[in-house]
Write a protein that binds this ligand. Sequence first.
Ligand code: MSP
Length: 676
Amino acid sequence: MTPFYITTPIYYVNDVPHLGHAYTTIVADMLARFHRMRGDDTRFLTGTDEHGQKVEETANKRGLTPQQLVDQVAPRFEEAWQQLGISPHGFIRTTDDKHKKVVATLWRQIRKQNPEDLYLASYQGWYCVGCEAFYTESQLAKDGDQWVCTVHKKPVNWIDKERSWFFKLSKYAEPLLAHIAKHPEFIRPEQYRSEIVSFLKGGLRDLSVSRTSFQWGIPVPEADPEGLPHVIYVWMDALTNYLSDLCPPDGSIGGPDVAKYWPHAIHLIGKDILRFHAVYWPAFLLSAGLPLPKGIFAHGWWSVRGEKISKSLPATRIDPLKLADALGTGSPLGRQIGIDAMRYYLMREMPLGNDGDFTFESLFGRFNAELANDLGNLINRSLTVISSLGFDAGITPKPSGGIETSGIAEVARKTVADATTAFEQFQLSRGLESIWTLIREGNRFVDASAPWKLAKDPSKRAELETTLYTLLAILHVIDKLIAPVLPSTARTLHGWLTGRADEAITWPAADPLAEPFEVRKPDPHTPLFPRLDDKMQAAIFTQMVPPDVAAGTAEAKPPEAKAAPVKPAEITFDDFAKLELRVGKVLAAVAVPKKDKLLHLQVDLGETKPRSIVAGIAQAYKPELLVGKQVIVVANLAPRKMAGLVSEGMILAAGDEAILGLSAVDSDVPPGTRVR
Ligand code: MSP
C-alpha cells in the first residue's frame, strides 16, 4: 500500500472556526477520502496551535492560566470538524506531552548536528503578535506615524533588545534552492514556488527562535549562561507538529511511522503561511539532519462577498456548520446534505491555488444547476425508471444489448481517467468538472434512450434491458466518483443501490462500466437536493446574515434571485421626461476604504457645489483616470447612503456586475447641460 500523509495547518485556538479554516480542512478531508478509496495507506492530521504570546495575553486578561484557556477553547475546532463529518486520523494539540518532547528533541538534534546553527544574541525589531512573526520595516505599512502589519492592519510591537537564541537561517538559502531545483514538486502550485525561489535568492536573515518576555511555550532545553528562561519560538514549535504526531511516546524522532509516512508528507496550507512552511520548516529539518517532507501545497484565500474575512466584519465570518444547516433545510438528510453542498461549492468554485470569493448568488446558482438539476435529477429519474419500468414490470436489466455501443462507456472511461489525474494533482475543481461531464452525459443518455418509450414496445425489450443495465452501471460509477466530495450523498445512493449503506466505497476501475455489480431493485428513494427557490434562498440568506450583522455593510441586501432577463416594459415620453439626466465633470475620485467595488466622486453639475456620488465602478476604473472625465448623471435620484457616504446621484454605465464603460458625450459640453 502506498502511504499518503496529508496535514492541515494547526489552527490558533483564540479564533472560532470559519469558512476559511473549514476550506483547508475539507480539502484535506476530500484528498484523504480519495486516497483511502484507492487503497492507499492514508494519514490525515489536523490540530490546534496553542502556545505563544497572544494566548498568554488573552489568558491574563480573562484571569485564567494559559492552560485553562486553551483547554476551554481548543475543543471548538475538534468538535466543529467532527460535526462536519471530517475524518482525520488524529487531532494534535501543541500542548500534548509527546509534542512538547519532540520539539525539545528537534532543538537538541540541531545543536548536535550543527552546533553553530543556534546562537545567543540580542533581538531588536518589530513583531506582530497576530502573525507571531518578526518583520522588517520594508515588510510593514505605515498608518500615520505607526508601523502596522499588512495582514492584521494593526500596530506592531517594538521588541527592544530582547536576549534570544538565533537560528542560522542565512546558511540555508542555497541548500533550499538546490532542493527545490531537484524537486520542483516540493512547492506547488508553481506561482508559489517562484515566489519562494525569488525570496530565497534575495538571501535570508538569521531568525530569532526564542523569547524571554513571556513564558507560555516550550522551554528551550538548554540553559542560557545568563540564567534567563527562554521559550521556543511558537512557529518552530507549531511546525514540528507534522513530525511529532508520527513519533513514539518517548519523544524521540524516529520509529516506524516516521520511516513510513514522513517521506510522503504533504502540507496543505493557505498562502498566508507559505514562508514558514517552505523556508523555515525545511531549514530546521536540514539543520537537524532530517529528511524533508514530500511537499507543500498552498491554496489561495476566500473572501466573502468581496470582503476579506475579518473579525471587524462579522458578516464575513461564515460559520460552516450554520451554513450546512441552512443549506440542508429542504433535504431529507438535512445537515448532511448541507455539508455535501458546501463541500462541493468550496471545491468547485475556487481552483486550488487561486483566490476565490464566496457569494450566496454563486452558491445558490451551483446548488440549483449542478446539484439539484444535474446530479439530483439524474439520481431521481434513473432510480425511478429502473424500479418502475424494470423491476416492477418484471424486467431484469441485462447487458445483453452491449453497453459499449451507447457511447457513454467511453465518456465514463475518460471521466475516470481525467478525475483520477486531476485529484492526484490536487486539481479538485477540474476533477469535479470532468465528473459533471459524465453526470450530464447520463442525463442525455436517459433523454436519448427514452426508456419509457422502449417500455411500450414489446419488440424493444432487449434494448430496454440494456438501457436499464447501463443506467444502473452509470449510477454505480457516479456514486464512486462523487464519494470523496459528497460523502453523505454517495453513502445514501450506495445504500439505495446495494442495500449495504455501510460498505466501503472504492474508487472506480479504469474501465468503469465493465466493473461487475449486483443487479437488484434499488431501495425506495427521496430527492436529495430539492431546488432552492427564491423564498428558500432569502430565508437562508437571512439566517446566515441577520439584519443586525448586515447593517451598514455590503451584506445588507439579500442576493437577487437570478431570473431570466426580462425585457423592460415600454414607457411613454412622460415617463422618460421624469429622468433628469445631466452632463457632469468628475472633479475628484477616491477609493472607498474596505469597499473594493466603490469609488467616491465629486462631480460638477454646474450647481453651486459639486455632487457627492458613490459609484460601483472601482473594478473597472482607477480613480485618477476619472478626474476630468465627462459623464452622464441621473441628477434627480433621491439621495441615498452608501458605505457611510451620501450619494447624490447616479452615473450611467454600461454593464451589470462588470462595468464595461461609462456613458459620456463626445464634445466638451458645459457641466449641468441636460441630456434628452
Ligand atoms: N497557527 C498557524 C498555523 C501553524 S501551522 C504549523 C495559523 N493558524 S490560523 O488559525 O491562522 O490558520 C491559518 C490557516 O487557515 C490558513 O493557512 C488557511 O489554511 C486557513 N484560512 C484562514 N482564513 C482563510 C481564508 N480566508 N481563506 C482560505 N483559507 C483560510 O496560521
